[in-house]
Design a protein. Structure first.
Lengths: 482, 531
């Protein structure tokens, strides 16, 4: 089977949980050929995962970092010259603007009619095969159409010119995905309900390719969390909320099967109108032979907490630092090892300052990214997660498979994964997190029991083979081949 | 809802409002509640079907607690207008020194005074061709350097600089070979002088390419330093070689070559420092060791160069035609009637008059610098203050800005021209010109006033990325300058060529003003499309 595999900001260019999942899936299904379309922020990314032989193609789509899409996407000078020549004002007026107008109306309202949104995007995609993207999105006609639509909307008409300009320019960045011509495939599998999934939508409308959608985090939910911290005016914020919601809704609409990684996520999908019979939960899996209890020199001293998390706001590392100050009050010898990088300089500095303010320089160590997470987990007596948002986290499953007692915030699919094999605490409450850690550090027997149960639970339910088999069945069912 | 539940909902709303004071819809409110750890069970305990329904209620209840935290923006360092004017003057000092150095490198003044015409012709041709053949590549490279540097993409800035050097060098060598052959075969220069001409062409062309980062990144101190060093070297070399017994021609040529070599050498060093030196971009001393900035590229995946070049055509044309226009009338003045169409002879009388008039650009640039320096800042402020639906105030602001720019430029140039006009005789004679040079100087002063209007309009239009139109105007003006110059020369003799410059400068000033007025009418669209 030829699978069009659609990802964004992850495999094979970035490391992380979803990338691990994608790598496991592609390697686990050698009988299928994959063409990967990877949407990335800029063109200067490296392939971080060796691609197996069944990956037959990789199209990297940078949304930012270039002026003309042809700088990185397929094209020729002759083709570009011809396309530019064809893209006169009248061509844009007749061939592009009606679809753009429909797209914008739908996007601004959260796509109440996803099929209409899909058709509009497809019409734009068809236009852009023979016409120039730059000329179309920079045209005066498009700008005036956009402004006319803003004026009709009671909220968006309040946008100031600066925000309106930036909004349309950013929108033009997202629309670059429409320049990508999807190759013929038996199945389009999107790993996120975002712009990457639009390639699958185009393949569906062009070739009738069936779509499958996997959701790790819930795309719209994560965008909403992200928008909370953006310095945008209310109209701009509402527009982006609706735009991302419309992308999600369209992806859900076109997908024949929606596969969340945990039941928790399916609540959001249901809220977006995805019928129950279209949803099939497939939990992530880990390699129980790689992540296993190990006796490491210097480890197991009964005082070490390990967190394998990025240092960022979603993981709420600040919560962990503040909790450790409380832990140290009860257990002065306790220490915490944080394995994970940060891509948010401001937050990273805040964390370092908070650690200094609380006098924890010697007891909370930021060790950065590790290539050996299986060792990292085994350095601790307790594995902790402090997130405010999660899907079905690999870090949790790996910690469990390593036979460690877990303390985690009760977010996303954590409770589903952990069951009764660990301690759950509310998010954003350092005191509760600290209490959980202190309790486990103080009770070696409980630690041992929870660790044993955690590993048993992973081996029984969340092994790699299990999840790969589940996808093998879904592929056969939707793609129509074995 | 019973009273206790209402109180509980109130508490939830108060907590939620600490994260998002004004949840925009139920989805955003749900996200906030989830981030606070609320679950469907909590919603059901309060009498709601699920968290989404609770979110609706919270959204309504949160309004009384809503508060708007003022957006804290890092205070911007604002330069005082006078400081900017001084910076503009400094910018000009560097430019003046460079100009004088170039003049000494062959254009006029020294080279014109007591130098054999054939030598001046050779040097002059080398200078003109060196500038014209690299002007476009320099403009193109500067455009992409600024673009990639603004993204913090140092590796790609290096890539573009390398490619520009490569292509620029190829063009330079090609032009040098053709020019050398034509100078010997058609113009009739002796081979050694043609070699001298080619040497100047290569030196000046290479220097222009190497100094691209200095100009593009506005490295004023580097510009001044390189120019002063070159000038000092030239003077010292001239004196030392003269004292050593070298004849005047040899001393002038050797000193100019050494001065240009210093310009080239220092520019190469600055280019290495500004573009090619390895430095950790965007890092701060307090960056934690585990911080790995994700959006800063560390590798380069070069774009298809044809795609860059395609978009770069207007930059290439503008940069090239700028010099073709500027030197068109001068080259025409070198024609020797009756000796064939390409029998060129350096015309020092004409050259001195026009070159001196060009110095008028110095006070004009200083005047417009403080304004244009802040144009992008002004556009942002004006667009923030204007409605997107009714952007008239933005258009009016842009128009006011442009009017202010033109008024200042015209006032400064007319004032400076008037002073120069009054003292024309003394200025021109000091530089070695004669009575004809004075007359040419006076006409050229008017041309420069008009040309300065074009320059102000061009920089303004380029802030909106409208370089294509400016390039087209220059193509037309360069052609007209040449044709009109020939017509005037044939009708009234070589000094009349300056009227060709005057008329085409008037065309440039007028046409560019008309274009910018057109742009101003839909300034909001121009602002949007400049990406």
């Amino acid at each position: 089977m030829r699978v069009l595999f659609l990802v964004s900001g992850v495999y094979p260019h970035y490391m992380g949980g979803v990338s691990t999942w994608a790598d496991q899936l592609v390697r686990g299904l050698p009988e299928h050929d994959f063409h990967i379309v990877s949407v990335v922020s800029n063109p200067h990314v490296e392939v971080r995962y060796p691609l197996p032989p069944n990956v037959k193609g990789l199209t990297t789509v940078p949304l930012w970092g270039s002026e003309r899409p042809e700088e990185y996407l397929p094209g020729s000078l002759r083709g570009t010259v011809l396309r530019v020549a064809r893209t006169a004002g009248s061509a844009i007026q007749g061939g592009f603007l009606p679809a753009f107008e429909t797209f914008l109306r739908e996007a601004a309202r959260g796509a109440p009619h996803p099929e209409v949104l899909g058709e509009a995007l497809y019409a734009m995609h068809v236009f852009l095969r023979d016409h120039d993207f730059q000329a179309a999105v920079r045209s005066r006609a498009l700008w005036e159409t956009y402004r006319a639509l803003l004026s009709e909307d009671p909220l968006l008409s309040n946008l100031d010119l600066y925000e309106a300009v930036n909004l349309m320019r950013t929108l033009a960045r997202y629309l670059r995905i429409l320049v990508v011509r999807p190759p013929k495939a038996d199945l389009a599998h999107a790993a996120i309900a975002s712009v990457a999934g639009l390639v699958g939508v185009m393949a569906h409308l062009e070739h009738g390719t069936p779509n499958l959608l996997t959701e790790h985090g819930i795309y719209i939910r994560e965008r909403l969390l992200d928008l909370l911290n953006q310095p945008l005016s209310a109209p701009a914020k509402v527009f982006w909320q609706n735009f991302h919601a419309s992308l999600a809704r369209l992806n859900y609409h076109v997908a024949e099967r929606v596969v969340p990684v945990c039941t928790f996520n399916s609540r959001w999908e249901a809220h977006f109108g995805v019928p129950e019979d279209k949803v099939q939960v497939v939990h992530n899996g880990v390699d129980g032979s790689k992540f296993r209890p190990m006796a490491l020199p210097g480890a197991g001293d009964g005082r070490t907490v390990v967190a394998v998390i990025r240092v960022d706001r979603l993981k709420d590392t600040m919560n962990l630092i503040q909790a450790m100050a409380l832990v140290r009050a009860a257990r002065p010898d306790a220490r915490c090892l944080v394995f994970g990088p940060s891509s948010d300089a401001e937050y990273a500095r805040l964390c370092v300052r908070e650690r200094a303010r609380l006098g924890l320089e010697s007891s909370v160590e930021f060790r950065g990214f590790t290539r050996e997470p299986e060792i990292a987990y085994n350095l601790g007596d307790v594995v902790v997660m402090s997130s405010i948002s999660e899907g079905f986290p690999f870090a949790l499953l790996e910690g469990m498979a390593s036979g460690k007692a877990i303390v985690s915030t009760d977010v996303g699919g954590v409770a589903e994964a952990l069951g009764d094999a660990g301690v759950l605490v509310p998010p954003r409450q350092p005191k509760a997190l600290a209490d959980g850690i202190v309790r486990l550090l103080a009770d070696p027997a409980l630690r041992g029991e929870l660790g044993r149960r955690a590993r048993e639970r992973v081996l029984a339910r969340y092994q790699v083979g299990r999840f790969v088999d589940a996808y093998r069945s879904v592929y056969a069912e939707i793609g129509g081949a074995g | 809802m019973i009273a206790a539940d209402a109180l509980a909902l109130d508490a939830v709303a108060r907590t939620a409002s600490e994260i998002e004071p004004r949840p925009k819809d139920r989805l955003e409110a749900t996200v906030v509640l989830e981030a606070l750890g609320y679950k469907d069970e909590d919603a059901r305990a309060l009498g709601f079907a699920d968290l989404f329904e609770l979110a609706d209620a919270v959204r309504d209840a949160a309004r009384p607690y809503a508060w708007d935290e003022p957006t804290s923006e890092a205070p911007r360092r604002r330069e005082h207008g006078f400081t900017l004017y001084l910076v503009g003057m400094f910018y000009n000092i560097g430019w003046v020194i460079m100009l004088v150095a170039l003049f000494m490198g062959g254009q006029s003044l020294w080279a014109a005074a007591n130098m054999p015409v054939a030598v001046s012709t050779a040097i002059g041709l080398g200078v003109v061709l060196g500038l014209a053949s690299t002007g476009g590549v320099q403009q193109f490279a500067a455009w992409k350097l600024i673009y990639y540097r603004s993204q913090g993409n140092a590796p790609l800035a290096r890539f573009v600089m390398r490619r520009s050097l490569l292509w620029g060098s190829a063009v330079l060598v090609g032009v040098a070979l053709v020019a050398g052959a034509l100078e010997v075969g058609v113009v009739g220069l002796p081979a050694p002088l043609a070699a001298l001409s080619v040497g100047f062409l290569l030196l000046i062309g290479a220097y222009r390419l190497a100094m691209t980062p200095v100009f593009a990144l506005k490295k004023f101190v580097a510009l001044i330093l390189a120019s002063v060093l070159a000038l000092v070297t030239m003077f010292v070399a001239f004196r030392v070689l003269g004292m050593a017994g070298l004849d005047r021609v040899g001393a002038v040529v050797a000193s100019q070559v050494s001065g240009l070599a210093v310009l080239l050498g220092t520019s190469v060093l600055f280019m290495r420092s500004f573009v090619f030196a390895e430095r950790k971009e965007g890092s701060r001393s307090d960056d934690p060791p585990f911080y790995a900035r994700r959006d800063l590229p560390t590798v380069v995946h070069p774009p298809r160069f044809w795609a860059l070049a395609y978009d770069g055509v207007p930059y290439l044309v503008y940069g090239t035609m700028y010099f073709v226009f500027l030197f068109g009338d001068r080259l025409v003045s070198w024609f020797s009637p009756g000796l064939g169409p390409l029998a060129l002879n350096y015309n020092s009388t004409y050259q001195i008059g026009v070159d001196l008039a060009l110095l008028l650009l110095v006070p004009i640039t200083a005047i417009k610098f403080p304004l244009l320096y802040r144009l992008s800042e002004y556009l942002e402020a004006a667009s923030r203050a204007s409605s997107a639906v009714h952007p008239q105030s933005f258009g009016q602001g842009v128009a006011r800005f442009h009017d202010g720019l033109l008024v200042r430029v015209v006032a400064a140039s007319v004032l400076s021209a008037a002073v120069a006009f009054a003292f024309a005789d003394g200025i021109v004679r000091f530089a070695g010109g004669d009575a004809q040079s004075v007359a040419i100087y006076r006409v050229a002063l008017v041309g420069v006033v008009l040309f300065s209007i074009f320059l102000a309009n061009a920089v303004f239009a380029m802030a909106f990325r409208r370089i294509r139109a400016m390039a087209v105007l220059l193509v037309v003006a360069a052609g007209a300058n040449y044709l009109l110059g020939v017509a005037f020369a044939q009708a009234f003799g070589p000094p009349a060529v300056v009227f060709g410059f005057l008329l085409t400068a008037a065309f440039l000033g007028g046409a560019s003003s008309a274009y910018v007025r057109h742009l101003r009418r839909s300034a909001h669209y121009a602002y949007y499309a400049a990406f």
